[in-house]
Design a binder for this molecule. Sequence first.
Ligand code: IPE
Ligand code: IPE
Ligand code: MG
Length: 250
Amino acid sequence: MSTIDPAIAVQRLPRHIAIVMDGNGRWAEARHRPRTFGHHAGVQAVRQVVEACIRRSVSTLTLFAFSSENWKRPVSEVSALMDLFMRAMDREVDGLHNNGVRLSFIGDRSAFQSELVERMSRVEMKTAGNERLMLNIAANYGGRWDIVRAARALAQRAAAGEVDPQSIDEASLHAEIALSALPEPDLFIRTGGEQRISNFLLWQIAYSELWFTEVLWPDFDADCLDQALHAYAQRERRFGRTGAQLRSAS
Ligand code: IPE
Ligand code: IPE
Ligand code: MG
């Protein structure tokens, strides 16, 4: 089991971690196996990271499982992924529930088969009372879709005369955005070596600390998470202020 430096004070730990779980395909290709083998292997990395977050008292974890652009992949890979989501949910839900995990899904569900949508709702209802870890799974999610959806909701309210367009501000848009009830991601992790956002949370990561690793997602474990937590603990989050201002405030 991994150990965390006890010197990392609680206030230096992120409350919310968002992860782009990338590299499953390359992990499988390196083993001369089909890409879907890598997606299967990625499920156990999810399990390890969920458990590690619980041990580290990280309260919210948001995982990018399927982007709005991933439909462009070969049909066989997309359907294998949908199948995997269903099986993984059936298999993992009891364990997650017993560990106090509250599950929630963000993204456009309308494109999914009804079987999958029903499972998502069922899992959300079953775990709704849990408080140890809030686990958000982004499925058919796109950051731009999220912002457009929020803008549309505000426009509809303005057209109905419920909101004065002049009063629309960051807070009102924020309120319509996914995850608005949760603290914003403090730490954004991407595995697999690419250093890009790929249309994951756009609004929400305005001030997140970014951390990239070459490690492919199926190899990501509690030790890798600890490396990210150590790096995060060294960062000075200034939010526009000067370093001197921060030091004089503490
Ligand atoms: C991430 O791994 C999982 C999904 C996008 C569903 P990839 O499948 O993108 O793996 P690489 O990037 O091709 O190695
Ligand atoms: C981002 O990974 C989406 C998920 C991890 C679910 P991609 O592999 O789809 O991203 P790109 O295509 O390399 O930008
Ligand atoms: Mg990828």
